[in-house]
Design a protein around this ligand. Structure first.
Ligand code: PLP
Length: 391
């Protein structure tokens, strides 16, 4: 088939990670490649009960078409949660329920980006955002990360020299690096953006999964006028529901609702009702504590195994939450070549390449610790250490 496809779909490669996941589907491979929450922690029994209650008590309503904005009670729940956790007040009219925060990214791209518009992203950056925004053919300005967040000197320079429409960031336990912005970095970034027309997209699917240190201030708290905030139930309940949300001020929300209607009318209403019912009948904080406890143990097992088995000269991040850890190999080594060798030894990770928009054959890689148990982490990291020593 020639000349039938729209240009926009040819700009965007297939998700590299999904391709890798096919290779790692072999159960004899220890995979740190996925980005999956731990399935053993899904609240199966509770969700089953919640689904039954929804069907018994309001089944016909729950199976009907519903509002584009999303269930009002669920939006109220989200607003209350922000009040309790982040100390800011959001009106439910400023919350739009989306089909995962991934759809939030697509709707934001649709709403804001003309071809050639300038977008700042983190380097390395979340692959799903790169993919979603690429459809609208922006010009990316990747800015690298220090251990405490984006390099603000570079950010200042880019903001000074270019008209930047969007600045996309994941300030808590970033995917892929696990890095979080310090309080100081947040204030510096906010100061740089305050007088600008740039919109900061604060993507925060992992914020609730902090197992070390203190909660940090959300950009929505510091510069609400510049910030669009994304959230998700994927990492605190279950990802298959595909339920997330966008928080935005009125004039942005008006446009996002148009984009949402054009896209899918509304998010799966039955799923929204089940999640809400689940949270009414159960203590979500208790559940999140359980997840944090497990991930913290897995993260500690991974860090300890890296310290024990990896050769000198290899850097790693020490995340305070979330699901990922980032490795920087010695200068000149190729994570892609390492991947080929590692797969032969039945251990997998994601080579850093897809997290960059303009670099190839990089010496960085992502390790996921949330979906592998501690003992398997120890075995897998030991194997990876041996592959590294022989490389
Ligand atoms: C930074 C980031 N944003 C968004 C998403 C998408 O999440 P959701 O399941 O809510 O669509 C992910 C998923 O891994 C993520 O890591």
């Amino acid at each position: 088939m020639e000349n039938v496809f729209a240009d926009r779909i040819s700009y965007v490669p297939r998700s590299f990670i999904r391709e890798i996941l096919k290779v790692t589907a072999d159960p004899s491979i220890i995979s740190f490649a996925g980005g999956l929450p731990n399935r053993d922690l899904f609240p199966l029994r509770e969700l089953k009960a919640a689904a039954n209650t929804v069907l018994d008590e309001s089944g016909r309503e729950a199976l009907q078409y519903s509002s584009s904005e999303g269930d009002l009670e669920l939006r109220n729940w989200i607003a209350d949660r922000y009040k309790k956790k982040n100390k800011f007040t959001i009106h439910p009219k400023n919350i739009l329920i989306t089909s995962g925060s991934q759809q939030g990214l697509d709707l934001l791209g649709k709403t804001f980006l003309n071809e050639g518009d300038n977008v700042i992203i983190e380097e390395p950056g979340y692959l799903g955002a790169i993919q979603a925004f690429s459809l609208y053919k922006p010009t990316f300005f990747p800015i690298s990360l220090d251990a405490d967040g984006i390099k603000t000197d570079k950010l200042k320079q880019v903001l000074l020299n270019h008209d930047i429409k969007l600045f996309y960031c994941v300030p808590n336990f970033q995917n892929p690096s696990g890095i979080s912005y310090s309080e100081k970095k947040r204030q510096e970034v906010a100061e740089l953006l305050k007088e600008k027309n740039t919109i900061l997209i604060e993507d925060d699917p992992y914020g609730e999964l902090r197992f070390l240190g203190k909660d940090r201030t959300s950009f929505y708290n510091i510069i609400p006028n510049n910030t669009v905030l994304l959230g998700s139930f994927s990492k605190i309940v279950a990802p298959s529901f595909r339920i997330g949300w966008i928080v935005a001020k009125d004039e942005i929300m008006d446009k996002l609702i148009i984009a949402k209607q054009a896209s899918d009318l509304h998010t799966n209403y039955f799923g929204q009702k089940i999640i809400l019912q689940y949270m009414k009948d159960n203590d979500i904080d208790e559940h999140i504590d359980k997840i944090k406890k497990a991930y913290s143990g897995q993260r500690n097992a991974m860090v300890a195994a890296i310290q024990k088995h990896f050769p000198q000269g290899i850097n790693y991040t020490e995340p305070e939450g979330g699901m990922f850890l980032w490795i920087t190999l010695t200068e000149g080594l190729s994570a892609l070549k390492l991947f080929e060798k590692a797969i032969r030894q039945k251990v997998a990770f994601v080579p850093g390449d897809p997290f960059y928009v303009d670099k190839k054959d990089v010496n960085t890689l992502r390790l996921n610790f949330s979906s592998v148990d501690e003992e398997t982490i120890r075995i897998g990291i030991k194997k990876l250490g041996e592959v590294l020593k022989n490389y």
